[in-house]
Design a binder for this molecule. Structure first.
Ligand SMILES: C[S@@+](CC[C@H](N)C(=O)[O-])C[C@H]1O[C@@H](n2cnc3c(N)ncnc32)[C@H](O)[C@@H]1O
Length: 210
């Protein structure tokens, strides 16, 4: 199956309707990661078909469970899940927070090449970033355990009265990490999210201030 056909089938299975133009831009993002991967090690995933599942569909699978309009992607790496979310929801503002210089340069290049007007690249450590207003959703994938996530990034969305939420994208159900969560945070929901073509499990942990 061609890559565009694989993407449109995956989106259909996720129940997402994205225009042909947005689908083409999602594939352009994958092509950009592949190009940079030849020189810089942005991701260990090499095949475009596997990247499509593990990077695009996995990122987009969270869409039904989150709302905008202000999203922070903590430890964004190659822009995951932030860039697919920004492409799929042009009316949201997405901040990609990444402390590694080489990866932040890639993110800036992706922002320019993909003409992502709704993306901001924050090339610093998340704990030093104190934006106003806060974010509605603070999301991370493969960033840290839950305790460090709330410790380092909680201030981005849970300080004020805005009712922000932290969303951790986890693999298997994170029993041990949940037990260690400080009492000032409460787990609102844990959802098992199916990702088309992904064998591994994906859980979303939704956290609010207690
Ligand atoms: C394992 S990668 C995950 C990247 C991406 N989220 C993904 O799922 O492919 C974790 C990223 O977090 C970044 N990172 C680690 N500590 C950070 C911090 N304190 N502030 C911002 N970024 C950080 C690292 O540079 C790295 O790119």
């Amino acid at each position: 199956m061609s890559l565009p056909a694989q993407l449109s089938e995956g989106l259909e299975l996720l129940g997402l309707t994205l225009s042909p133009e947005i689908q083409a831009r999602l594939l352009a993002f994958l092509a950009l990661i592949q190009k940079w991967n030849q020189v810089h090690n942005l991701t260990s995933v090499r095949s475009p078909e596997t990247m499509l599942v593990r990077h695009l569909l996995d990122s987009l699978a969270v869409l039904p469970y989150i709302g905008g309009p202000r999203i922070a992607d903590v430890g964004s790496g190659a822009g995951l899940p932030g860039i697919p979310l920004a492409l799929a929801r042009p009316d949201w503002h997405v901040a990609l927070i990444e402390s590694n210089h080489k990866k932040a340069v890639f993110l800036e290049q992706a922002r320019i090449e993909l003409k992502l007007k709704n993306v901001e690249v924050v090339a610093e450590r998340v704990e030093s970033f104190h934006p106003k207003p806060e974010f509605d959703i603070v999301i991370s994938r493969a960033f840290s355990d839950l305790v460090d996530f709330v410790r380092l990034a909680g201030h981005l969305g849970l300080q004020g009265s805005s009712g922000g939420m932290l969303v951790a994208m986890k693999g298997i159900y994170p029993h041990e990490e949940l037990v260690q969560l400080p009492a000032q945070f409460t787990v609102e929901k844990i959802l098992q999210v199916p990702v088309p073509g992904l064998e591994a499990q994906r859980h979303l942990v939704l956290i609010r201030r207690a």
